[in-house]
Design a protein around this ligand. Structure first.
Ligand code: C2E
Ligand code: MG
Ligand code: MG
Length: 730
C-alpha cells in the first residue's frame, strides 16, 4: 500500500498526515482504502493547492511516471498534465488551464503526462475544486486512470483514417469529408470553392528505375512543396499513389487559379535530390470550381478529374480548367484511339516537311518531318492531338519508327547538305530498343548519321537522370545530331544543357508569337536563350515565325535559323523535290508585316444581351480583347452590349466597328488564356444569381447555364434586327 505526499513517496509508506495542506482524503483509514483502490489499478490520486500547484500524487502514479515526488510536487498542474490535440478521436475539450481557471469540474479530461523516461503516458482525469467553509478555493482533488494503450490505439485509428501515413497530408477520406462539408456550408452562404486535382507525370518511372523507397521519398518532397505553395489559402491532401488534391475555399477567379496552378507545375518540376541522386518529374493539374462546375462533392470531383485528364492528354506539365466540352472530348478520345490504330495499320499516316531557313541567306538548312493524318470522317487531325493518344500505349513506338525510317529515306533524295529532323516522343526515347531503331533506319536508307537530327523535348529529363544520360551518350556515338524542341515550355531545368547533349535549341513558338507587342518580355527571353546557346556552342532556331516584324526581331536577336509560316508551311515530299528541281534551295519570307493579336476563328452560336433583350448571334472569331459577330443588323458603333459565351461567361463589350451584318466588339476586361490555346473569362456569373432570377439551382447541371432561358422572362422589344442564322451546323 502506498500513498505519497509532499515527501518522497519512498519514505512515506504511511499516508501523509504530516502533509501541510493535508486534504480531507489524507486520514489514515481513508488512505488505506484509496491505496487499495490504487493497487487494484482502478485509479490514482492527485491534489493541488489554491495556486494550482501539485501537492500530492499517489504512489502508483509516481511509479507510473518513474518520477520522484520532489521533482513534481510544487509544479504547476498544467506543467505536469499537458493538453492533447484532438486527433479526430472525439477528444475535443477545453484546455486544462481554462478549466482550472474557471474552477470547473474536470470530467474525463484527457491529458498527456511526460514520464522521466522521456515518453508520454495518457491519463483520464476527474477532479473538482475544493471550497472551504468561508468559500475560499483550496485546490483540486482528483483521480486519474491510465488510458495509454487505448489512447494510442484510438489516435492511430483516427490518424489512419484522416491522415496519409506517408506524407502527413490529409487523406482521401478527410478530403472528401471536408469537401462535402464545405460545399454544404458554402451553398447556404453562396460562396465558391475551387478543387485542384494533381497527378504526377512519369512518377512511375522514378519508382521503377530508382526503387520504391526513392518513390516514397519523392512523394514526401512533393507534399512539402505543395504545402508550402498553397500555404493557408487552402488544404492539400494526397488521394493515394501519385495523386494529390488541393481544396481552395472562396476561389473563383480563374486568372489567379491559373497562376497558382502554374506555380505548382513549375515548382513540382524542379529537380529533386533523393539519396544523392537527381530525379525530375512533372505534374498536370485539373481545376473545377463550385458552384459553376458542380454543386455536390462527387460532381465537382468528376469535373476536376476530367480537367486533369485533359491536361495530361494535352502534353502533361500543364493545367486545364473544366469546361462542359471536356465531357464529350473524353469519349471522343477513346474512339480516336481506335481509328488511329487502323490508320497506322493501313499506313495512312504521312510525313510533311517544313524548312528551317537561315534568315541571312534564305537558304534552307534542314527540313523537319511532321506527321499528317487525314481521317475520312474527322478530316485532318493534328499530331499534337493524336501523338498524346498514341503515347497512351505502344502505338507511339510503331508510329515513331515509321516516321524515322520514312524521313531517312526521303532525305536521301535531297541534296546531301540538307539535314532532316525527326520528332521523338519521350516514351519512344527512353525505351531500350530506341538506339537500335535509329541505327537500323540509318542503315536501311544509307543516310549519313550527321544528316539526321532527333528533336526531343524537355520531358525526357524525368525519372532517373543517369539512365537518361546513358541514352544520350549512346546516340552521340552513332553520330546523329540532337535538338532540344519547344525549349522553355517544359520542365525548365537548365542543368541538362550543361551536359552538352544538344547541338541545337528550338525556342518555343510561345516566345516568338507576339514578341513584337509593346511591353512584351519575350524579346528579352529570346536574347537570353540565344546567348546561353552560343555560350554552350549550340545552334538556335526560332519556331513559329509568322510575321515580318517577328522575323526581323528574331534575326536581330541572333537566332541562327528560322522555322515558320513566314518561310513555308509544312509541304509534301513531292513539293520539296520540286523545290530542289528548280535548283533553288532558298525560301523567300512572305507574310503579314506585323503580328496580329491571336484570334481564334470559330463558328459558334452565342448570345448577346442589349438592354433587356437577348439576341442570337454567331461568334466568328475571338481574341483576348475582342470578338467579331454576325447575325444582327442596325447596330450602331458605340453600343454597349453583353456577350454571353455560355457557362456563365458574360463579357461586357462595346461595338467598335460595323460592316453590313457584322460587328467588331471590344471587351471591357480582357479574357484570359484557358491553358490549352483558348480563351475564357476570369469570372463567371454564379448559378446562384441565375437561381435568383428564377432558374432552379437543381436544374443546372455542371457547367450548364441556360442563360438564354432568361429571355423568356424578358420578353421585350428588340432594338436591332435579328437576322436568320442559317450557317451550316447551327
Ligand atoms: P513541333 O515539333 O514543335 O513542330 C512544330 C509545329 O509548329 C508543327 O505543328 C508546325 O506545323 C507548327 N508550326 C510551324 N511554324 C508555324 C507557324 O509559323 N505558325 C503556327 N501557328 N504553327 C507553326 P504540327 O505539325 O501540328 O505538329 C505539332 C506537334 O506534334 C509537333 O510540334 C511535335 O511535337 C508533334 N509531332 C509531329 N510529328 C511528330 C512525329 O513524327 N513524332 C512525334 N513524336 N511527334 C510529332
Ligand atoms: Mg519538333
Ligand atoms: Mg517545337
Amino acid at each position: 500500500m502506498a500513498l505519497g505526499f509532499r515527501k518522497s513517496a519512498r519514505d512515506s509508506n504511511r499516508a501523509g498526515t504530516e502533509g501541510q495542506e493535508a486534504p480531507q482524503a489524507a486520514r489514515p483509514e481513508r488512505s488505506v482504502v484509496l491505496g487499495e483502490v490504487e493497487e487494484l489499478g482502478i485509479g490514482m490520486f492527485w491534489a493541488t493547492d489554491a495556486e494550482d500547484h501539485l501537492t500530492f500524487l499517489s504512489q502508483r502514479a509516481l511509479a507510473d511516471l518513474g518520477a520522484e515526488s520532489e521533482t513534481l510536487i510544487g509544479t504547476p498542474l498544467t506543467r505536469v498534465f499537458l493538453d492533447v490535440d484532438d486527433q479526430g478521436t472525439g477528444t475535443a475539450q477545453r484546455s486544462l488551464a481554462f478549466k482550472l481557471k474557471a474552477r470547473s469540474k474536470l470530467d474525463e479530461q484527457i491529458v498527456a503526462v511526460p514520464t522521466a523516461r522521456g515518453t508520454n503516458r495518457w491519463w483520464r482525469l476527474n477532479g473538482r475544486a475544493m471550497i472551504d467553509a468561508k468559500g475560499q478555493f483550496q485546490g483540486y482533488r482528483g483521480s486519474a486512470v491510465d488510458i495509454s494503450a487505448q489512447y494510442a490505439y484510438d489516435t492511430q485509428v483516427a490518424r489512419q483514417s484522416q491522415v496519409d501515413e506517408l506524407t502527413g497530408l490529409a487523406n482521401r477520406r478527410k478530403l472528401n469529408e471536408r469537401l462535402s462539408a464545405m460545399l454544404a456550408a458554402f451553398r447556404a452562404s453562396k460562396r465558391s470553392c475551387a478543387l485542384m486535382m494533381l497527378d504526377l507525370d512519369r512518377f512511375k518511372q522514378v519508382n521503377d528505375t530508382m526503387g520504391h523507397p526513392a518513390g516514397d521519398e519523392l512523394l514526401k518532397q512533393v507534399a512539402q512543396r505543395l504545402s508550402k505553395l498553397v500555404g493557408n489559402q487552402g488544404e492539400v491532401g494526397r488521394l493515394g499513389g501519385d495523386e494529390f488534391q488541393v481544396l481552395l475555399p472562396d476561389m473563383d477567379d480563374r486568372g489567379s487559379l491559373g497562376e497558382l496552378a502554374n506555380r505548382i507545375v513549375q515548382s513540382i518540376s524542379q529537380p529533386y535530390q533523393i539519396n544523392g541522386r537527381r530525379a525530375i518529374i512533372g505534374t498536370s493539374v485539373g481545376i473545377a470550381i463550385a458552384p459553376y462546375d458542380g454543386l455536390e462533392a462527387d460532381e465537382l470531383t468528376r469535373s476536376a478529374d476530367m480537367a486533369l485528364y485533359s491536361a495530361k492528354e494535352t502534353r502533361g506539365g500543364t493545367f486545364c480548367f473544366f469546361t462542359s466540352e471536356l465531357r464529350d472530348a473524353a469519349s471522343k478520345t477513346a474512339m480516336l484511339g481506335e481509328r488511329l490504330r487502323d490508320a497506322v495499320d493501313r499506313e495512312e499516316l504521312k510525313l510533311a516537311y517544313q524548312p528551317l531557313v537561315d534568315p541571312e541567306t534564305n537558304e534552307v538548312k534542314c527540313f523537319e518531318a511532321l506527321l499528317r493524318w487525314h481521317d475520312g470522317d474527322a478530316g485532318d487531325i493534328s499530331p499534337s492531338h493524336f501523338i498524346p493518344i498514341a503515347e497512351n500505349d505502344d502505338l507511339i513506338i510503331r508510329i515513331g519508327e515509321m516516321a524515322l525510317r520514312q524521313a531517312c529515306i526521303d532525305a536521301m533524295a535531297w541534296p546531301d547538305t540538307i539535314r532532316v529532323a525527326v520528332n521523338v516522343s519521350a516514351k519512344q526515347f527512353i525505351r531500350p530498343g530506341f538506339r537500335k531503331a535509329v541505327a537500323s533506319a540509318l542503315q536501311a536508307s544509307g543516310l549519313a548519321p550527321g544528316r539526321l537530327e532527333l528533336e526531343i523535348t524537355e520531358s525526357v529529363f524525368v525519372g532517373d537522370l543517369e539512365s537518361v544520360d546513358a541514352i544520350f551518350r549512346d546516340l552521340k556515338k552513332l553520330g546523329v545530331r540532337l535538338a532540344l524542341d519547344d525549349f522553355g515550355t517544359g520542365y525548365s531545368s537548365l542543368g541538362y544543357l550543361k551536359h552538352g547533349h544538344f547541338d541545337k535549341i528550338k525556342i518555343d513558338q510561345s516566345f516568338v508569337r507576339g514578341c513584337t507587342e509593346n511591353g512584351d518580355i519575350n524579346p528579352a527571353i529570346i536574347t537570353a536563350i540565344v546567348a546561353l546557346a552560343k555560350a554552350l556552342g549550340m545552334e538556335t532556331v526560332a519556331e513559329g515565325v509568322e510575321a515580318m516584324d517577328e522575323l526581323a526581331l528574331v534575326q536581330d536577336r541572333g537566332a541562327d535559323l528560322v522555322q515558320g509560316y513566314i518561310f513555308s508551311k509544312p509541304i509534301t515530299q513531292d513539293e520539296v523535290l520540286a523545290h530542289f528541281a528548280e535548283g533553288a534551295a532558298r525560301f523567300r519570307p512572305s507574310g503579314p508585316p506585323r503580328h496580329r493579336a491571336e484570334r481564334i476563328t470559330i463558328f459558334r452560336k452565342v448570345g448577346l444581351i442589349h438592354e433587356d433583350h437577348y439576341y442570337d448571334v454567331i461568334l466568328r472569331n475571338l481574341s483576348k480583347t475582342g470578338a467579331r459577330i454576325n447575325g444582327l443588323a442596325g447596330v450602331p458603333v458605340g453600343t454597349e452590349v453583353v456577350l454571353d459565351l455560355g457557362h456563365g461567361q458574360l463579357v461586357v463589350s462595346k461595338v467598335v466597328n460595323v460592316s453590313e451584318n457584322s460587328q467588331g466588339l471590344k471587351f471591357e476586361t480582357q479574357m484570359i488564356s484557358d491553358g490549352s490555346g483558348g480563351f475564357m473569362t476570369r469570372h463567371r456569373i454564379s448559378p446562384y444569381s441565375l437561381a435568383e432570377a428564377g432558374i432552379p439551382l437543381a436544374a443546372l447541371g455542371a457547367g450548364a447555364f441556360p442563360l438564354a432561358k432568361w429571355r423568356e422572362a424578358h420578353k421585350s422589344v428588340p432594338a436591332f434586327m435579328q437576322l436568320e442564322l442559317s450557317a451550316p451546323g447551327l
